[in-house]
Design a protein around this ligand. Sequence first.
Ligand code: SF4
Length: 147
Amino acid sequence: MRLTKFTDLALRSVMRLAVAEDGDALTTREVAEAMAVPYTHVAKAVARLQHMGVVEARRGRGGGLALTDAGRRSSVGRLVRELEGEGEVVACEGDSPCPLRGACRLRRALRDAQEAFYVTLDPLTVADLVASPTGPVLIGLVGRPAD
Ligand code: SF4
């Protein structure tokens, strides 16, 4: 199974925010530069994460993006499910629907495999993702200008 680029960018942004010091909010541009990804793509991912209650935007002096407590405790499986949406791993429907789609054992097996993939990620939290060695590397990332 392959995640969308959108999901990957959202998870990268979450991991960067997860290692920010308390009260050290980052801008979207700082996240984009640290993770070496385009600003506009990160902005879209951050907007979605805010809608999901994973990230909050703090206003005023020292403002910026921060992970919410719920976001830090969030299951990676839940995040990936929400970010990926209802899509299946194969395109059975669409412009040229497959004639087997109403009675396909392969489709059922692939749905089960997709669910097993998410279930594997369910016990993992965002906090788990940034334990060593990942966390120290994230903290040490030096941003470079993105798009
Ligand atoms: S063979 Fe089955 S899984 Fe493949 S496209 Fe057709 S319905 Fe979907």
